[in-house]
Design a protein around this ligand. Sequence first.
Ligand code: ARG
Length: 251
Amino acid sequence: MKRWSAVVAAVLLVAAVSLMISMGAAAQEVIRVGADTAFPPFEFVDEATGEYTGFDMDLIRAIGEQMGVKVEIVNTVFDSLIPALLLGEFDVIVSAMTITEERAQTVAFTDPYFRTGLVIATRPDNTSIKTTDDLKGKIVAVQMGSTGHFAADALPGVGRVDPYQFVDQAMTAVIIGAADAAILDELVAIEYMQAHPASIKVVGEPFTTEEYGMAVRPSDTELLQRINAALAELRANGTYDQLYEKWFGVD
Ligand code: ARG
């Protein structure tokens, strides 16, 4: 009798442990993606469907598919993305984040997936702002913690730099005249110009060269490798080009 109950207990234990293992494996099939989803056309909410959409969102979903994992988007203010990643609130940042040396001291970046630069945006009737030199004494609106913010802070003679939590607020500051100009990523500025041609224009060419990368915790070396491998595959099989074409029209 005793022996039988020992056998039953052993069988139950094995069953319980294998169930726990398989549940664990299933739970690992999700990667959580941190993004400030207010940065069109890279990440934003599709008003018709309420879904997160944009180039970055399509790209990370395609990467997830390639990796055989589910992708879950966690909306987070841009300036909090790195601390939240390090705290484990999600596993990877995909948020049009520029690879910088400073950031690379705390997070591990994937291979670059997008090349761009910063531009100045101002009101269409402003003819005095043509280059960064013309921002002397001016009020410049930026998104807090963005490379546009860092660039504005580093420009000599700028009258005042006003950081806003969301890029949309920085653009609104320009539109209503609370700021003379904004500094932000080129394709986002162009998107705003196209949406509000009477209120926003992009001035000249980008004055920096930047590359976007996805970021993971430095200890997640395997995840980093898997994302890089999936990204390389999507570049090789034409998916990357299709997404580029879908969101930016040209390749
Ligand atoms: N590329 C810029 C940076 O890394 C701005 C990115 C802002 N992204 C966003 N989803 N708000 O600082």
